[in-house]
Design a protein around this ligand. Structure first.
Ligand code: FES
Length: 209
């Protein structure tokens, strides 16, 4: 079934079951994402893709990557409120992803676009610089698309981080599909990326041990 909605004042046709993000992108309207990948199920972790959705006179803020289109829906992808939300998300995420005062990858692009001050919360919060935002793109892509499960999450709370599993990491030698997905540039640039038995993924990629 075809639905008609309005995104940023533009009439957009979409099929039932599509998300707002998919409909917007198909219409050439860009919405920033950090945890989304077209080949993966919506994850809803970062909320940077938030948009304003108006329905029956009520406005809600929803994560566009997982929100289905509805007929007659009015969507705004930019507004002072949305820009503020995205700016603060980026400033908070920067706390753990900054390396030597800089962020990398998609984070860098988005921080520039939304005027995020990546140092804003530095003096108020102490955060471990993991350079990971736990978007899970690497973990989910390896499991859902590649079918290898060579990388997974380990630890809880602030200790939670993705790790390569030694017994599977050799598959990474020929695959490396997750290397370009990381929105912060952690993979593969970080050489201290931990695996269970103390060897780094670089050791595995180099064929050692
Ligand atoms: S891209 Fe939608 S919540 Fe992260």
């Amino acid at each position: 079934m075809t639905m008609l909605l309005q995104i940023d004042g533009k009439d957009v046709k979409a099929s039932e079951g599509m998300t707002v993000l998919e409909a917007a992108r198909e219409a050439g309207i860009e919405i920033p994402t950090l945890c989304h990948h077209d080949k993966l199920k919506p994850y809803g972790a970062c909320r940077i893709c938030s948009v304003e959705v108006e329905r029956k006179g009520k406005t809600r803020i929803v994560a566009s990557c997982g929100f289905p289109v509805e007929d007659g829906m009015v969507v705004r992808t930019r507004s002072p409120r949305l820009d503020r939300i995205r700016k603060v998300i980026l400033e908070l995420v920067a706390l753990t992803t900054m390396v030597e005062g800089e962020v990398a990858g998609e984070m860098k692009k988005a921080a520039k676009e939304y005027g995020a001050d990546i140092h804003r919360f530095e003096s108020r919060f102490r955060a471990k610089p993991t350079r990971c935002i736990l978007c899970g793109q690497c973990v989910r892509y390896c499991a859902e698309v590649v079918g290898q499960h060579a990388i997974g999450f380990m630890g809880r709370g602030i200790e939670r981080r993705p790790v390569f599993f030694p017994e599977k990491a050799r598959a990474c030698l020929t695959c490396q599909a997750c290397f370009n997905l990381c929105p912060t540039g952690k993979i593969p640039s970080e050489t201290d990326f931990v695996v269970f038995d103390g060897f780094s993924v670089d050791d595995y990629l180099a064929g050692n041990p």
